[in-house]
Design a protein around this ligand. Structure first.
Ligand SMILES: Nc1nc2c(c(=O)[nH]1)N[C@H]1C(S)=C(S)[C@@H](COP(=O)(O)OP(=O)(O)OC[C@H]3O[C@@H](n4cnc5c(=O)[nH]c(N)nc54)[C@H](O)[C@@H]3O)O[C@H]1N2
Ligand SMILES: Nc1nc2c(c(=O)[nH]1)N[C@H]1C(S)=C(S)[C@@H](COP(=O)(O)OP(=O)(O)OC[C@H]3O[C@@H](n4cnc5c(=O)[nH]c(N)nc54)[C@H](O)[C@@H]3O)O[C@H]1N2
Ligand code: SF4
Ligand SMILES: [Mo]
Length: 747
């Protein structure tokens, strides 16, 4: 412990590099995060961090920051303009698109990354102000298939109690590197060390997690649907099903069980390349466990049959009744929704191609097709905040063409990204350590945690926090009249109790207020919050959080009549520390099942039909021309999407190597450090090779987040120069980033 009285104070914040958002403490000197440590008092991470945040300063200081709004000149270069000009011109052009083509032609993409969702609350107000109807974000290239299944089965988001489960199944998930649940590495180590517990990993690659597992089902890439169907079939055919659970808690089980009865386990095992006996042994272990949880991620969500695989994955814990108990799966409370809800329901489709919209999100692979067309209903303008779609969406070239076809594009970012370089206007945001911030990745149970972070330093001159950017635009658009705002401002002066009465009365009187809620809160409650003005939206979210789950919030200590509990929760979050906002007992997971009878609805006819069709479908999509499977976008020790652009941040794997099996490497006469060319139907790129027997023959992988432009060079391959739009899930439209048919060439 340093007791140096001249050292800067430790300030509480959170890591922004993955959705865990581990609590950290930082010391700031001269705008730099000079010291960083895990925050032991954080209720979620309890002092844990991985190696990635230790040089987090490079996020905001490793790359030249944007410090002025930019406007594209006709010749494609940018000129700096002042904020007033930027706001007036952008508002004018948004109005023009709305008046000529309709507000629904203004498409919103992003609104938050791994650490910053607060700005998105105000971005929603801008959507309402211009009458937008279509939006999306990265979830629509990973989670929408799972959201569809979750929505149909029980209407909530499921997660597992990995810390206590007897059997854990990771399906296309490498938590050693990618985390995604609190204190992932210690939890994995405990599991691996305990002979009474069993870790199963389904992954074509011997990932770091697979290497510590008790059972590694090393499937052939893209064949998980067969593997998962076979596991479920053994449960059904060997009668390892929890019939009591099925009878008491589900409906529509019969057609599902019937479909499993038909599965030829030996044939499916052969298709996925896993010995039949190992599949049977695994299913028996799952079937005999007191508790099972599963975690599926990109290995199936960005691969063939992803939505079907999600369904079959969830059946493993449903058939064994591993829900709402210690070590099992659960549904949880939410502080605020990160997507539009109603995952399984709704029949909305996109205006041009008729793609299915899930949880309110346009499938990412459809975006370019909804813009770059002569169809009269095409999107004409795109608002892009906290994302880098020119790098992260499949087929970067197609996205670049789409951006060029837009009448207006605006990017809000802290850096001049690949996407920003293509925009008509670029607006410089303050970094996540320069403003109030939070995320809505609050998915824990039985105690769920929300963390509103205070700024650790002033905004970089020239930048603005998103709440202020959106407020200025919405004012310019004249979206709400002073007569509505003035009484709310007055009520806010009288305190939160008076404000709550006045706010909800205003919502009742004028439904537009709800659509513009973030903005209205910023304009009326905001001024009473001083430097925390950007946190005004959290007051509204706190109130909704209490209304949605009053008992669980009360158990967390936020009680009172009327709006009191919500006001207390809000005041607590303003302290800038992680807050347990709901407390549940395991059994309370049933409260989050959104069904009148609190039962799971097991039958999803489309998916059962596709499950049956597996029997006769091909289980390989490579060709003679493209015989390899490229996994484009693996999570490694030093990758974090494109959040840190400075290549010196990376302690290992500086070039973002192409991993390849020794036999394949030998056949091309290359060894570690040599180069190979990867060619796909969309593009080609040269990559430095890393020979490793963790990959099976015919399977190569590249990391995600590389190939970003930086003054010190652009190491690695931008993966989406190699991916195609048409490789996508038949139901959710999610891309096959993990299954890109490719060939290799000597260079
Ligand atoms: N270090 C680091 N951590 C991160 C991120 C990061 O950029 N870097 N990003 C965060 C984000 S946004 C996300 S969404 C998560 C993603 O987290 P993960 O999904 O765990 O990440 P990936 O490494 O992309 O993919 C997981 C595994 O899928 C395997 N896989 C490839 N093809 C197949 C297949 O056909 N079947 C199966 N079963 N497995 C397959 C890969 O070998 C890999 O081990 O990570 C988060 N955490
Ligand atoms: N081929 C392939 N493609 C993939 C994947 C893959 O595995 N393979 N993974 C996919 C997945 S799972 C994901 S989640 C996406 C991630 O890709 P994106 O959704 O595009 O997100 P990021 O790369 O994290 O980009 C975040 C952006 O936010 C900016 N930023 C940081 N802080 C702030 C801030 O405070 N305010 C604002 N306005 N901006 C800020 C950063 O500078 C950066 O440009 O990529 C997807 N694309
Ligand atoms: S697990 Fe994620 S949030 Fe936690 S320290 Fe590592 S990168 Fe940051
Ligand atoms: Mo992601």
């Amino acid at each position: 412990m340093s007791s140096d009285p001249t050292a800067p104070a430790w300030q509480k914040s959170a890591c922004i590099l993955c959705e865990c958002n581990c609590g950290i403490e930082v010391q700031v000197e001269d705008r730099h995060l000079v010291k960083i440590r895990g925050d032991k008092t954080h209720p979620g991470s309890a002092g844990y961090t991985c190696e990635k945040p230790l040089r987090l300063d490079r996020y905001q200081n490793g790359t030249e920051r944007l410090t002025s709004p930019l406007r594209r000149r006709p010749d494609g270069t940018f000129e700096e303009i002042d904020w007033d000009t930027a706001i007036t011109e952008i508002a004018g052009r948004l109005r023009q698109v709305r008046d000529e083509h309709g507000g629904d032609k203004i498409f919103f993409y992003g609104g938050g990354g791994q650490g910053n969702h607060l700005g998105g609350s105000y971005g929603q107000s801008l959507q309402a102000a211009v009458g937008a109807r279509y939006r999306s974000n990265a979830l629509a290239q990973e989670k929408t298939g799972e959201m569809f299944v979750d929505g149909r089965l029980y209407g909530g988001h499921s997660k597992g109690d990995f810390e206590h489960a007897e059997v854990v199944v990771f399906v296309g998930k490498n938590p050693w590197q990618s985390h995604s649940f609190p204190r992932a590495r210690p939890v994995l180590k405990e599991m691996a060390a305990d002979p009474d517990r069993c870790m199963v990993v389904i992954d074509p690659r011997r990932s770091e997690t697979a290497a510590m597992a008790d059972i590694h089902l090393q499937v052939r890439p893209g064949t998980d649907a067969w593997c998962l169907a076979a596991l479920g079939a053994v449960l059904v055919q060997e009668d390892l099903v929890d019939h009591g659970f099925i009878a008491d808690h589900t409906s529509g089980a019969a057609p599902v069980l019937a479909a499993y009865t038909e599965v030829d386990v030996a044939d499916y095992a052969a298709r996925c390349g896993v010995p039949e006996e190992l599949i049977r042994e695994t299913a028996r272990r799952i079937g005999s466990a007191q508790s099972v949880c599963t975690y599926e991620d990109l290995g199936i969500q960005q691969a063939p049959h992803s939505t079907l695989s999600s369904y079959l994955n969830k059946m493993l814990w449903i058939l064994t009744g591993s829900f709402a108990k210690k070590g099992g799966m659960f549904l949880h409370s939410t502080f605020a929704a990160i997507a539009g809800g109603g995952g399984g329901g709704g029949a909305r489709t996109t205006p041009v191609t008729g793609a299915r919209i899930i949880s309110g999100l346009v499938p990412c692979n459809s975006i370019a097709e909804e813009i770059d067309t002569s169809h009269p209903d095409r999107f004409r303008a795109m608002w892009i905040d906290s994302v880098n779609p020119a790098h992260s969406l499949a087929d970067s070239a197609a996205f670049r063409r789409a951006m060029a076809a837009l009448e207006l594009s605006v990017v809000v970012d802290i850096h001049l990204t690949e996407t920003a370089r293509l925009a008509d206007y670029v607006l410089p945001a303050s970094s996540q350590f320069e403003k109030w911030e939070c995320t809505f990745f609050n998915v824990d149970f039985p105690n769920n945690v929300f963390h509103l972070r205070a700024p650790t330093m002033d905004p970089l001159p020239g930048t603005l926090p998103e709440p202020e950017i959106y407020a200025r635009l919405i004012r310019e658009l004249d979206a709400i009249d002073e007569a509505t705002l003035a009484p709310l401002r007055e009520a806010a002066e009288a305190g939160l109790t008076a404000y709550a009465e006045a706010f909800f009365a205003a919502v009742g009187a004028d439904p537009r207020v709800m659509g513009l809620a973030g903005h209205v809160l910023y304009e009326t409650l905001g001024p009473t919050l001083g430097t925390a003005r950007g946190a005004a939206a959290v007051w509204g979210l706190s109130q909704l959080c209490v209304m949605a789950q009053p008992e669980a919030v009360a158990r967390a200590g936020f009680t009172g009549t009327g709006f009191e509990a919500g006001n207390r929760l809000f005041e607590k979050t303003l302290q800038g520390e992680g807050v347990v906002f709901t407390r549940d007992a395991y059994d309370d997971a049933w409260n989050y099942v959104r069904r009148p009878d609190r039962r799971f609805t097991l039958e999803i006819p489309d998916l059962i039909e596709r499950m049956r069709a597996l029997a006769d479908e091909p289980s390989s999509w490579t060709t003679e021309e493209f015989p390899f499977v490229l996994s484009a976008g693996e999570r490694r020790a030093f990758t974090a999407n494109t959040i840190i652009r400075d290549p010196s941040w990376r302690r290992r794997d500086a070039h973002g190597a192409l991993r390849i099996n020794p036999g394949d490497a030998a056949s091309y006469g290359v060894t570690t450090g040599d180069a190979l060319r990867v060619v796909t139907e969309r593009g080609s790129a040269e990559a430095v090779v890393e020979v490793t027997d963790t990959l099976q023959p015919g399977h190569v992988s590249l990391p995600n987040g590389l190939g970003v432009e930086h003054a010190d060079g652009t190491p690695g391959v931008a993966p989406n120069e190699l991916t195609s739009l048409h490789h996508r899930d038949w139901l959710a439209g999610t891309p096959w980033h993990k299954y890109v048919p490719a060939r290799l060439e000597r260079v």
